[in-house]
Design a binder for this molecule. Sequence first.
Ligand code: NAP
Length: 264
Amino acid sequence: MKFAITSKGDNKSNALMHKMRTYLIDFDLTYDEEQPDIVVSIGGDGTLLYAFHRYTRRLDKTAFVGIHTGHLGFYADWVPEEIEKLVIAIAKTPFQVSEYPLLEVIIRYQHGGRETRYLALNESTVKAVDGTLVMDVEIRGQHFERFRGDGLCVSTPSGSTAYNKALGGAILHPSLSAIQIAEMASINNKVFRTVGSPLVLPAHHTCMLKPVNGQDFQITIDHLNLLHKDVKSIQYRVADEKIRFARFRPFPFWKRVHDSFVAD
Ligand code: NAP
């Protein structure tokens, strides 16, 4: 089996990366950064986001596992003290795979046919470059609302515990094939109206954002933040692709939610 390791880059994560690499090679696994069957991410959830984006072109062939060197994570659920156990599990056991849904983002531009397609593991957000974001929101081809406010956040179920949660969105179990739209400080008064609640869309529904004022937007895809000019529309839906996590033991999602947000 071929493996790769990504590290957050701090001393603790790097030391662990070197140790893990040596152990896995001792167990006859091959280090291959280009075509790994398994990617071990060492750091935090943010590190796994970077690893995901590095290997988005081979999601059907690569599984991910995360070790956290800081606080408990949603994607990084092994602790450094367990690395010998994890190495043996990777080397000896045919692992189970848990698949989580991803968000597909298609950005189309004025003047021409080109479009860009991204996959997000957590979410995509849209903000105006300057001032209030004004966007027409279409759901399943029908006008839904004209949004005015700071921005919109469209998240995956596993991303629902990240930015989406800070916006008052619901936490969705990653077995649900859905996306969630959450508002950032919408303007609501006698003139302007938005629904005001987060919306959860099933896999066969598409959400389309169409600019009303201005065509330049600050659009994030997980940790990537880019300025997009001359935008005609931004389309969101559940992607056909999924991320595959290598599972060597049960670690129920609601326990991770409890341990991260509720437990002392
Ligand atoms: P960052 O600003 O360095 O870290 C953001 C925090 O979000 C980190 O504590 C990270 O955990 C945590 N996180 C990432 N994915 C998560 C998940 N699925 N569930 C719960 N927590 C999660 O940025 P970054 O490391 O490059 O990560 C980018 C992410 O930051 C974005 O995808 C977005 O979700 C999040 N973000 C959150 C807010 C907010 O909550 N107000 C604002 C902007 C961005 P680790 O420490 O384990 O890496």
